[in-house]
Design a protein around this ligand. Structure first.
Ligand code: IMP
Ligand code: MG
Length: 183
């Protein structure tokens, strides 16, 4: 338990060991599924970075890694529905097999926008790999092929996920005490 950040947490919902095991499983699955493909892994900044770093080391294939940044919540805990590209890919994806790596699918608005935008660049395929899925709050139907954990409708932090840009470096997934949001 983190000495500095631990006291802000109400509970840990996914431990370091659970994360490790699940990331390993996903990596094995992806290694199988992308055997004969032209894999390009696209991480969505900044939340996906820690998950991506662990995941790609469990995928035993040639690949390219690129990043994209889109606007999301700012300092609030609810989606604004407004999505815009802040940093675009450096690679071209035409004819390639795109795997989007995301930290969490909540309303689905962010991913819907990203998938539609990338689709217009004519890749061979696009799939989504998210660490967490919060289906209770989905407003846009999207197809998530790879998912680490389904979680209940709670705001979580750690392993890349932030609250007001903090807590990303916790090595597990936890829920903050309610008073942290109101101070
Ligand atoms: P969506 O567009 O509502 O699906 O939001 C997706 C983005 O919102 C994610 O990439 C996260 O950055 C952020 N987000 C959604 N739920 C949480 C949460 O519980 N903790 C931290 N960030 C979250
Ligand atoms: Mg975020």
């Amino acid at each position: 338990m983190s000495r500095v950040m631990g006291p802000d947490l109400e509970k840990i919902i996914i431990s370091q060991e659970q994360l490790e095991n699940r990331v390993q499983e996903l990596g094995k699955q992806l290694t199988k599924d992308y055997q004969d493909k032209q894999l390009i892994v696209i991480g969505i900044l900044r939340g996906a970075t820690i998950f991506l770093a662990d995941l790609v080391r469990e995928i035993d294939l040639q690949m390219e890694i690129d990043f994209m940044a889109v606007s999301s919540y700012g300092l609030a805990t609810k989606s604004s529905g407004v999505v815009r590209i802040i940093k675009d890919l450096e690679s071209t994806i035409a004819g390639r097999d795109v795997l989007i790596v995301e930290d969490i699918v909540d309303s689905g608005l962010t991913l819907k926008y990203i998938v539609e935008n990338l689709q217009s660049r004519k890749p061979n395929s696009i799939e989504i790999c998210t660490l967490l899925d919060k289906p209770a709050r989905r407003v846009e139907g999207i197809d998530v092929k790879y998912n680490g954990f389904v979680i209940p409708d709670e705001f979580v932090v750690g392993y890349g996920l932030d609250y007001a840009e903090r807590y990303r470096n916790l090595p597990y997934i936890g829920v903050l005490k309610p008073e942290i949001y109101t101070t």
